[in-house]
Write a protein that binds this ligand. Sequence first.
Ligand code: TMP
Length: 213
Amino acid sequence: MSLFITLEGGEGCGKSTQAKLLSARLSRSGYDTALLYEPGVTPLGLELRRCLKRARHGGITAEAELMLFAAARSELTATMLLPALQRGAVVVCDRYADSTIAYQGYGRGLPPTIITTVNQLVTRGLRPDVTVLLDMEPIAALQRKGPSRDRFEHESIDFHQRVRDGYLEMARSDPERWLVFDATRPASIIATAIWSHISSLLGRASPTASHSA
Ligand code: TMP
């Protein structure tokens, strides 16, 4: 059976740590598991990640940013994500289309209808089965992350607050898909709580469930 899990949240929320812990636990439990992250993993995605995160690209427009994230997502979806789901793997993806809604939509203020259309095109309509949101207050999260800052981490606190509010709004509007965790709690406690939800989902899921988007 396949399952598509995404992890989302603002800077310094610990989502990459949780993605690694979850995928390691899935592998240990015998599941065919793929750990992916966005933007990145594919050769084009890695190039775009460098461009998008580098501080000296301060002048990039919101529209160009949207298109670059979309290009990386298209590659990841077509070449890695859909093939993994189609072979029946459990995919853990560190960020996906909801990051664009949060950052380029709520954060940068691009129109939601445009973001939905672009996301629909590059995801081919694929949606996560479950999304883990690691939520914490942005000032504390950025302090926890430390002094090395990329282009997004240099954004204003207002920007990061809009991103956080956007995530919380998405989670409220689709509680069936979103699981919200307090990211200030110790990583091991969060990992146990995430595992308890995911393992119960895996227990409930039909062995024939498949993704054919
Ligand atoms: P991260 O891998 O450290 O989370 O860095 C990715 C950065 O890119 C992070 O600041 C969020 C941002 N981002 C967007 O703005 N839009 C997107 O669609 C994605 C995937 C990431």
